[in-house]
Write a protein that binds this ligand. Structure first.
Ligand code: PLP
Length: 436
């Protein structure tokens, strides 16, 4: 018998498996509203001045980067000028120069961390000034969550993590592999396709004092349902009463409202209320730096001494896993956020992406209504962020795939980033057919 004979194939990832199926479908009508990657969706038009952007790992024409959500209404990507301008800066280095070939420090780029903290905690945050935040560059949002989960296991071995129902499916894998026991808490209300606020508050109250809770800072994945500002205040208050620890996963800062500052509101409310918090940041979506794995993990500590200790332990956890994080994405992020002109350009881009998605929500809803669907599709425009939690059943999703070549996760989640003026009518027609 062979050494690895007992190794069974791992189950397909419920999210990434969708892309594989989409790629394998030869139909010219196929639509991907599962995980939408620009490298798959956008046709690459050959251009005489085509260059390769070593930072975005994408083709660049006319000095424009091609990033995920920056897609023209017809389905081709439009510009990411902030990203491509940053790429062109000499300070970004290039594969031909030695500067960007060096290792970053174990904790990552100091500049990138500094800028990330300003985005999450506020430009003039007293916590930054007081050096109370332990922060390290992480392998995007996933890596930040995993680093935190490992930290939690190492230093609070008896703790558990409360995860919302539903959530991004990888959250479960991350805390499982870090061997932190998981509990779930009520979040979504299927009937109203909105927030189950009463259920959520109950679960917060009923959890043992001092529990760890995973919260989506904004643009909840997969539901697109966020608490209102008032509800966040009540949640924060109840966390205070119960001495719970909030860990914010902020993978979509800017995607909910179009303004990263407004999307940090939940975090700011918790900070105002005097909580210690943890935060995972990702630049995959809001800068289109998917493959660069650019992110940040931060933990607000009691004082500077504690922050120094916590940071050193986070680095200690990273060292045997990947030693130090990758350099290019961190350079792009720090160049953009550190340059007022580039930053304002980036803010415009984020707003543009959010607005395009909001426009597509409206178009999808209007198309369904035009087709005479008797169902309520209000939730398409009520929900925010990148996803629409449509309420379709796994069987209805299967029909969309089998009969219409439309690919999405079986939980009924539509990535609005994959919806374009070119496919919205086709999508609406198919959804109407399988739901009538
Ligand atoms: N957290 C949430 C809620 C997500 O939806 C995602 C990506 O889909 C991530 C974290 C992590 O993404 P990345 O590791 O690419 O930053």
């Amino acid at each position: 018998s062979s050494l690895f004979g007992h190794v069974e194939p791992a189950p397909k990832d419920p999210i990434l498996g969708v892309t594989e199926a989409f790629l394998a479908d030869p139909s010219p009508d196929k639509v991907n509203v599962g995980v939408v990657s620009p490298l798959i969706l956008s046709p690459r038009s050959p251009s005489p001045n085509l260059a390769f952007c070593f930072l975005c790992l994408s083709e660049v024409t006319d000095g424009m980067g091609r990033c995920f959500c920056r897609r023209a209404p017809t389905g081709t990507t439009t510009a990411s000028p902030s990203c491509s301008t940053a790429c062109a800066r000499p300070s970004a280095g290039s594969p031909a120069t030695s500067t960007c070939q060096e290792y970053l420090p174990m904790g990552g780029s100091i500049k990138m961390i500094e800028e990330s903290l300003k985005l999450a905690y506020g430009e003039d945050s007293e916590f930054i000034k007081d050096k109370r935040i332990a922060a390290v560059q992480a392998l995007s949002g996933t890596g930040a969550c995993r680093l935190f989960a490992d930290f939690q296991k190492r230093f609070l071995p008896d703790s558990q993590i409360y995860i919302p129902t539903p959530t991004w499916s990888n959250h479960h894998n991350i805390w499982r592999d870090a061997q932190v026991p998981q509990k779930t808490f009520t979040y979504y209300h299927p009937e109203s396709r909105g927030l189950d606020f009463a259920g959520l508050m109950n679960d917060i109250k009923n959890a043992p004092d001092g529990s760890f809770f995973l919260l989506h800072a904004c643009a909840h994945n997969p539901t697109g349902v966020d608490p209102t500002e008032e509800q966040w205040r009540e949640i924060s208050h109840q966390f205070k009463v119960k001495k719970h620890f909030p860990f914010f996963d902020m993978a979509y800062q800017g995607f909910a409202s179009g303004d990263p500052e407004r999307d940090a509101k939940a975090i700011r409310i918790f900070l105002e209320d005097g909580h210690q918090i943890g935060c995972a940041q990702s630049y995959a979506k809001n800068m289109g730096l998917y493959g660069q794995r650019a992110g940040c993990l931060s933990i607000l500590c009691e004082d500077e001494m504690q922050a120094v200790a916590v940071k050193s332990q986070l680095q200690q956890i990273a060292r045997p896993m990947y030693s130090n994080p990758p350099v290019h994405g961190a350079l792009v992020v720090s160049i953009i956020l550190n340059d007022p002109e580039l930053k304002s350009l980036w803010l415009k881009e984020v707003k543009g992406m959010a607005d395009r998605i909001i426009g597509m929500r409206k178009a999808l809803k209007e198309n369904l209504e035009k087709l005479g669907s008797p169902l309520s599709w209000e939730h398409i425009t009520n929900q925010i962020g990148m996803f629409c939690y449509s309420g379709m059943t796994p069987e209805q999703v299967d029909r969309l795939t089998n009969e219409y070549h439309i690919y999405m996760t079986r939980n009924g989640r539509i990535s609005m980033a994959g919806v374009t003026t070119g496919n919205v009518a086709y999508l609406a027609n198919a959804i109407h057919d399988v739901t009538k």
